[in-house]
Design a binder for this molecule. Structure first.
Ligand SMILES: [Mn+2]
Length: 246
């Protein structure tokens, strides 16, 4: 089976469309989505409609949770959250709420952040303000309850493929829809891929071995950035055009 694995679409329907087209060209037979799907000042409802038109194994992420947990109070202080909720309507929000937080199949384990937390960076230490790869021992402890040979995670938007000394592997496809961002938690930090391309990965499993090909896909990022600016989010527009935080 050839899988196409993507994550962190963040309502970027233009990037998702390009990823789906590329995955089809690559002959992917099953799509896998690792969460943070519909939150962003872009096109939440169109992203939902496009995704639902495909057969996708999907888990939810932390920024999906803030959509279905939104209150009048949180929507009042976060205009982007308010826009996302209005654009989506009830059924898509209910769909998000019912998505699993983890999944396991074909010898693989899926989580958005880390096994017990959609907010934890499994592979990255950000206490310095930038993403530093965690130690083999630290990752091994975090994955102590996971028996799968391959763990697939999203969340930091940084593509990676790690092999632990015990032979287990971890892969993050990077972000389909948002190549850079900054966040204040758990420490103020920036994540930057340095290019505007959509990222995902092609995964083949053969004789118990994992063969990964990371894909870097061009798409119409100017249109996505214009939408972000139109929504009052020049920070997103800049990140979408450059893959950097200025
Ligand atoms: Mn994300």
């Amino acid at each position: 089976m050839r899988y196409a694995v993507f994550s962190d679409i963040h309502a970027n329907v233009w990037a998702l469309r390009a990823v789906l087209e590329d995955a089809e060209k690559q002959g992917a037979g099953q799509l896998v989505n690792l969460g943070d799907i519909l939150y962003g000042p872009l096109a939440p409802r169109e992203t939902y409609d496009l995704l639902r038109a495909h057969d996708v194994i999907t888990i939810q992420g932390n920024q999906d949770r803030i959509i279905y947990d939104a209150t009048d109070e949180s929507r009042a202080v976060l205009p982007t959250l308010d826009y996302v909720c209005r654009d989506l309507g009830k059924a898509p929000i209910n769909w998000l709420k019912n998505l699993p937080k983890t999944e396991a199949f074909d010898g693989m384990f899926l989580c958005h952040g880390a096994p017990g937390s959609d907010m934890t960076y499994l592979l990255e230490d950000v206490s310095s303000g930038h993403a530093i790869l965690r130690s083999d021992a630290q990752i091994t402890v975090t994955l102590s309850d996971v028996l799968s040979g391959l763990t697939l995670c999203g969340h930091p938007h940084i593509p990676r493929h790690i092999r632990l000394t015990d032979g287990r592997e971890i892969a993050n496809p990077g972000s389909a829809g948002l190549p850079a961002y900054s966040d204040d938690l758990p420490f103020p930090h920036v994540m930057e891929t340095g290019s505007p391309h959509a990222r995902y990965l092609i995964l083949d499993i053969q004789d118990g071995r994992y063969e990964l090909s990371f894909r870097t896909v061009s798409y119409d990022w100017d249109t996505a950035a214009r939408r972000a600016s139109h929504m009052g989010r020049d920070d997103w527009a800049s990140a979408l055009r450059t893959g950097r935080i200025r």
